[in-house]
Write a protein that binds this ligand. Sequence first.
Ligand code: IMP
Length: 190
Amino acid sequence: MEIVLATNNEHKLKEVEEICKNLDVKFILPPKEFNPEENGISFEENSYIKAKAANILTHKYTLADDSGLCVKALNGAPGLYSNRFAGTQQEKIDKILKLLEDKDDRSAKFVCVMTLLDKEGNVKFVAKGECKGSIVKTQKGVNGFGYDPVFLPEGKTLTMAELSEDEKNEISHRRNALNQVIDFLKTLDK
Ligand code: IMP
């Protein structure tokens, strides 16, 4: 089965491919015209917007991932705006650390909402995955992407960016959502 992964983020593609490596699914990226305006007001809406945009271009089964980091002391920010929170990824990390400088409660979670559309563009399945943790005071690690260097997953002593790819993929929000999608895909009559 071929599924378009509605993203321009190659890190996401890599993680999804790795998590699904034992399945009979080939993920492909949408054509370069794929550039949807993510103007939804929830992860669910943006996930649908991305899935629909890729489906219109390809008319294939499409899976979209909208994800972000939600920090409790920042009332859930950057949340939906994780990608647009500041300029470079380093500036985004610096901004989070600065905003949390005087905060005792550093709890946070990664959220991922995945939307699966069929070839006709109908919603077949929506899944939400979370990974709970907290924001460290000093960034550490170079693996993964995005906010991984400042995120300490619950029960771990290393940041997400210090974990190996396999260790991250065991506990991540993306893994959690994708497990639900995989269970659904197994029920489909191919
Ligand atoms: P999206 O591509 O619009 O869903 O934006 C997601 C943004 O959230 C990314 O650019 C990252 O900044 C952040 N993000 C999502 N998932 C992860 C992750 O697994 N690790 C670190 N940051 C993430």
